[in-house]
Every structure is written in C-alpha cells, then in structure tokens.
Design a protein around this ligand. Structure first.
Ligand code: BGC
Length: 738
C-alpha cells in the first residue's frame, strides 16, 4: 500500500508545543477557511485573523493583500500562526495551459508536471501556497462538465498524471518559495455523478470504487500530495464529507495519509441539505468525526465544534488531530519561517518561457482524428506554399478568451494567440485569408452568417473551421444532456461541405463531443480541447506540419449521447455484440416477432463501436505494429511479465508514437474488463526506423478486488496487447501460476 513521504521532517514536537498553547476556540479557528475580500483586507477579515479565527484564506491573489494578511496572522495574532492561502490553480495561472483533459491527451507526465510547475511558480509569486488541484476524478460521462478538469476515463493514465501534477506543484521540497501544496480532489467518486449532472448522487459498486476510482488518489498519496478535498456527492447514501470509512479508514488508516483533508465549498453545511443531518450542529459533528480537517466557506465548525467537544459529542483528541493536520501542512510548507511572498524574486507571469511551455503542451495535447486522401495526397499537413486563399470559419477561430477553457480565474487572455492570429503570422502575405465566423457563438442558432462563410469557402482552396464549445459550456455546474456540437454548428459544417472545398475541422471543447454526423465527412479533424494561451500557434503548426501530431484520446469519443457511458474497459457481458449479430433499427420488418435467442448487447440505432476509441490518434506517418511477444509464457505470482513488440515507422516523417500496453484477465472470481491499460511509452521514431519496445509488467499490477473484495492477483490466463489504441492490435497470451 502507498505510504506518505517520510523524507519531510517530523513536526510532532512543534505541533504538540503549539497545541498545548492554543485555546479550544483558537484550535477551531485553524480549521476554518474563509474567502478573501479580493484585493484588500476587509476589517472583518483582519479582525478574524487577528483573533485566531482563520486557518486559511481562499481566493486572495493580490500579493500585497496576502502579505498584509500574513502580517496580521504572524505578528498580531496571539500565536503567530501563518495562513494557508488557497486558490484553484487548475491548468495554469496567468499563463494558461490546455485544460487537464487536453494535457491528458499528451499521455506525457512531463507535460503535466511542467504545466503544474509553471502554474505553481506564477501563483506562488502572488502569495498562493495551496492549490486545489489536481482533480483526479475518473470521467466516463462527458455530459458531466467537470470532465474538462480531469485526466479522462482511465485509472492508470489518471494515476500516472496525478503523480506528475503533484510533483509539478510541490517539487521535492515543499518549502521552496515556488512550491505550493497540491490537493487531490474530489474524494471520491464524484465523476460518477448520475446522468452526468453535477453534484448528483453516485452509486458505485464497492469493487468498482476500489479498482477504478480510488487508484488515482492512492497514487497521489504515494506521490506525497499535501492535501485531499472531499467530494460534494453522496456515495451509496453517504455524502463524501461524512464518509468516515473512506476519509479515515481508507485514506488515513490504510494509506497512511498524514496531510490535510479539506471539505469542498460549503459541503459540510450541505450535509443537512442532503438530508443526512437535521442541522448544522449535526453536520459539524458528522464531518469532524468522519475526518474532515478544514471547513471551506461554511462555518459549522466555528459555530458548533466547541460545544460538540464540551458536550462530549466530538472528542477533543479528534479536534487535536484535525488541527495537527493543518499545522503539519503549514510546517511542511515552511510558512513559519517564510510567511511572506516576494513577487519581485519571481519571474514575471506570462513570460516567454512560460508561454513557450504552454505552446509545447498544446502541441502535444491536440489529437489528429481524421486525415483523408485527395488525389493520393493526405490533406494534412497543409503546404503553405501551395495556397492562395484560405477560409477561416467558426466562432472559436479568433477568440482569445474562449480557447482558454474552464477554471481560469487568473488566466490572462492578453497572452492568448488565436488560430487566426497564428495563421496571419505563419502564412506568406501572398495568401489571402478570408474570415467568416458563420455563427455568432457556439450556442447560437442564428444562420445569417452562413452565406458569408459559404462564400469564403467557395473561393478558398481549404476551409479551416474552428468550432466546438465556449469555455462556459464545461466545468463545474456546466453539464449538458446532449453532447453534440451545440447551436447551428453542424448545419454550418454541412453548408461549408456543400461547397466542395476541403474542410479541416478543429474542435475546441471541454469534453468528448458526439460528432458522428460530421466526423467522417470533413476532410480532416483535429481535436484541440480548450488548448490554452498558445492554442492558436499550436494548432496552426500542427496543420502545416511544423509539428507532427502525437496526442492520443484520454477518453472514448461516443457517436451519440445515448451511448454514454461508453469506455474501453467495459465488461465482456454474457452476450457481447459481434458484427454478425448487430441489427439496425432499419433492418427490423414491421410486426417482427420478439425473439431473444441470438441477441447481443447493442443499441438498435447506433453502431456499438465508439466513434473513436480510447488511446486513438493519428500522425503524419504510419507506424506499423508487429504482434507482441512475451519472454516467458508462464510467470510466477511474484514475477514480472516481460513483453515486447516491434514497431516500424513506414512513412517519410518522424513521429512520437504512444505505445500502449493493455491486458485482459480471461477468467476471474468476478468478471473483468475486456482490456485494461497497464503501461504506455512515448517513443520517437525517425522515418523508416524500426524499434522494439519493452514493457516489464510486475504481476502485482494485475491485482484487482476479487469476490471477497480483497486486492489480489488471481492466477490464470491473460492476454496482452501492445497497440496504438484500445481497439487495435493482436494479443499474446501468458499465464500467471500460483
Ligand atoms: C469546487 C472545487 C473547488 C472549490 C473552491 C468548489 O465549488 O467543487 O473543486 O476547488 O469550489 O473554489
């Protein structure tokens, strides 16, 4: 089981010494997080900090104000305890990186780590010492707007990137001036909100909770994450902020987490709204006993915890443990030694080096999904020299703000470079660029701009359409019941396609959209998520082949909304669909008799395969995979499976190939997914290069929670694929022997 980082000094003595001096009210003060006034110190806040009623301030990023608050805490309060300054630094600060879902498409932990590093540096300059990231909820339902904030549908990929984010925010030395505490959120299961509606209930079977939703949090704890945030959602009837089995049982007792657990905004007060408690008194009691150390925004602890202790409903030892967790983080961050920020000692936010990193991150995050041949030539990469006229269509082609995505409180759209700006910069003056938004925004049904768009396309050799979703259509509380392209955009695509001009469609979105009606009709399709500050140049450099696409889908793209949830690691079922058994609604004759024999698991009105599978993505060359091989077909329970496959770059361009290892456990005490990702490597291949890729898979990585819910590897037969995506490749078989 993962354990915490033991390299940090033990602060037990300093904590005990402080605890001995704090009154009960002052202890409870450490458990309270309050909102900043936004750029100034309000009298109320100053008084509260001075009187020791505040442990943390959220949403104050004005450095002089932060320093003024720290001054009051350190010099004017009785015990001089500095403040935690929290902020949602989710995918950048002033410099905005692709949304986390986009960064996940890089399948590159370095991209995530570098993005978090720069975000931390820019935030720390303002006095922020704690971010509420990474969000590592498994997102298998793109109706849920918060899939934008996470790393996709897969526990292994999410766990890998979670650890990278923690390293990036915290570094190996949390006391460094530019390191900030990370927060793994939302513990746990929030991604399973029913019908993809935010804040909704979740019902996750115990095994799925352990095999799918908990592993990323275990990985974050193992990486030394400083804090964990509870989810708004309830799981099997227990709201996360009151779930002692998970917060104390799993997180602390099993995983050994000794960091800080913070509630989500107001989520303790909401225990009564859920109907778990009758009032705030009960909510404070439930949350404290469950193991929520700090209360964000609501004030049930401040109002009731002292009385709860005095009346014996919450042991003082529990409050001491909660306060210790808060103080430990303050010591870990070195706040007692260095409470103030010195903005002048930091690089300027949004500097060229930071923007270059955002550009590189976007280049690695944008997925090429289709690229059709015309007269034996692929449409992409476009050759700038061969163009005379380009039509640039769509509401997102030149919108510096919308390309940034959700959660950009501190994002500065002035740093943004749009697709149109980048095209103007890249293309020679001889190329005419004709611009026509087509629709006023992504949601609009106004078709009055179509005629201009069509005219522009008719005159051009290529039409570049930049469509998708504005930022506000994803993120917290922004869920959609229909995840197709909103507004009149599909009709705009149809109208432009009707001109016969080749169409390159670039999608910017905060989720997997259902694009069945257009994906294979446009001539090339690039999925850019919300690509951040430098999304424009990255897209243009990919389109013109300055950079070769290398990103892969971190989520399955559905054909239509009704297929959701659709993810690669599904179960086989007793009646799996096969091409021979799938029947279309149109093949059923009137009054066909009901017949269940021979039927399989599919919808009558959609192809059972996803539009694009998990792990999918093209580049400008063709990489061929030989069948994988296994060194020893029989491996002991304590052993390692040595797998390899040879891949060859058959084209004339170099490529960064994401080689993926999947495994299927053929027979289990419970049914097992048809494939599970167990490893991946980014491999650079020169044109014509042939390379053998090795994976050493410890047998322990095949463990799952069996029928009795204990984690174990069950001996037996396995299939392994070394493949370019979750629906490709041939398998090799191996056995694990008892
Ligand atoms: C969100 C959290 C966020 C918090 C503070 C909540 O509404 O669920 O993810 O960190 O607000 O802004």
């Amino acid at each position: 089981m993962p354990s915490v980082d033991h390299t940090t000094p033990p602060f037990a003595e300093r904590i005990a010494e402080l605890l001995a001096r704090l009154s009960l009210d002052e202890k409870i003060g450490q458990l309270q997080q309050v909102a900043g006034a936004g750029g100034h110190v309000s009298d109320d806040l100053a008084r509260a900090v001075r009187e020791g009623r505040v442990g943390s301030v959220i949403n104050e990023v004005h450095a002089p104000t932060v320093n003024a608050l720290q001054w009051i805490a350190v010099h004017e309060s009785r015990h001089g305890i500095p403040l935690l300054i929290g902020r949602d630094v989710i995918h950048g600060f002033a410099t905005v990186f692709p949304i986390p879902l986009g960064q996940a498409a890089s399948w590159n932990p370095d991209v995530v780590e570098r993005g978090a590093r720069i975000a931390a540096r820019e935030a720390a300059a303002c006095g922020v010492n704690w971010t509420f990231a990474p969000m590592i909820d498994i997102g298998r339902d793109p109706r849920w707007g918060r899939v934008a904030e996470g790393y996709g549908e897969d526990p292994y990929l999410t766990a890998t990137l979670a650890a990278a984010a923690v390293r990036g925010f915290q570094t190996h030395d949390l006391t460094a001036p530019d390191a900030i505490a990370a927060c793994a959120k939302h513990f746990v299961g929030y991604g399973a909100s029913e019908s993809g509606r935010d804040y909704n209930s979740t019902n996750i079977a115990p095994r799925e909770l352990r095999d799918v939703h908990l592993p990323p949090f275990a990985a974050a704890v193992q990486a030394g994450v400083a804090s964990v945030m509870t989810s708004f959602s309830d799981l099997d009837g227990i709201p996360a902020s009151a779930n002692r089995d998970l917060l104390t049982g799993v997180l602390r007792d099993t995983w050994g987490f000794d960091g800080l657990v913070v509630s989500d905004w107001d989520s303790i007060r909401q225990l009564a709204v859920h109907g778990l408690t009758a009032d705030e008194w009960g909510s404070a009691r439930e949350a404290a006993l469950a193991g929520v150390d700090m209360e964000m925004a609501s004030t049930t602890y401040a109002a009731h915890l002292a009385e709860l202790v005095r009346s014996g409903h919450v042991p003082l030892a529990q409050v001491d443990a909660m306060v210790s967790n808060v103080l430990r983080l303050k010591f870990r961050l070195g706040l007692f030694e260095r409470p103030f920020t010195e903005p002048a000692s930091f690089p300027v936010a949004g500097n060229d080096a930071h923007l270059d990193a955002a550009y590189a991150s976007a280049c690695e995050s944008i997925v090429l999904l289709t690229n059709t041949q015309r007269e034996h030539e692929y449409l992409l990469p476009l050759a700038a020299g061969a163009l005379q006229r380009v039509a640039v269509i769509g509401p997102l082609a030149d919108d510096p703000y919308e390309q940034l995505g959700t959660w950009i409180f501190d994002g500065d759209a002035q740093h943004s470079r749009t697709v149109l700006q980048a095209l103007r910069h890249t293309l020679p003056d001889s190329v005419q660029i004709e611009v026509a938004p087509g629709v006023p925004n992504t949601r609009s049904h106004d078709e009055s701009g179509f005629a201009d768009a069509v005219r522009a396309a008719e005159r051009a050799e290529v039409a570049i359409l930049v469509l998708g979703e504005e930022s506000i259509l994803s993120g917290e509380a922004h869920c959609r019941a229909d995840v197709s392209l909103p507004g009149a955009q599909e009709r705009l695509v149809e109208a432009v396609l009707a001109t016969g001009t080749p169409v390159v469609l670039v999608i910017m979105a905060g989720r997997a959209l259902a694009l069945e009606r257009i994906a294979h009709r446009v001539h090339a399709l690039l999925y850019a998520w919300h690509p951040g500050s430098l999304g424009g140049p990255a897209i243009v450099d990919l389109l013109f082949g300055v950079v070769a696409p290398s990103a892969r889908l971190p989520v399955t793209l559905p054909r239509v909304t009704g297929q959701i949830p659709i993810y690669y690691a599904q179960k086989h079922t007793g009646k799996p669909a096969t091409p021979e058994t799938v029947v279309s609604i149109h093949d059923i004759h009137p009054r066909a008799p009901q017949l269940s024999i021979g039927n399989t698991s599919f919808h009558l009105d959609v192809d059972p395969a996803p539009l694009f599978p998990f792990g999918y993505g093209l580049t400008y060359t063709w990489v061929e995979y030989d069948a994988p091989s296994v060194q020893h077909a029989e491996v002991a329970l304590t052993g390692t499976v040595e797998l390899s496959a040879t891949i060859t770059n058959r084209g004339a361009r170099a490529a960064d190939e994401v080689v993926q290892l999947y495994v299927r456990d053929l027979v289990g005490s419970v049914t097992r997914p048809v494939r599970e990702l167990k490893g991946f490597q980014r491999v650079h291949l020169a044109p014509g290069e042939r390379r053998t890729v090795h994976f050493s898979l410890p047998v322990s990585a095949l463990a799952f929670h069996g029928r009795d819910l204990t984690l174990a590897v069950e001996p037996g037969r396995f299939h392994a694929w070394v493949a370019p995506h979750a629906a490709a490749g041939t398998f090799v078989e191996f056995s694990v022997c008892a």
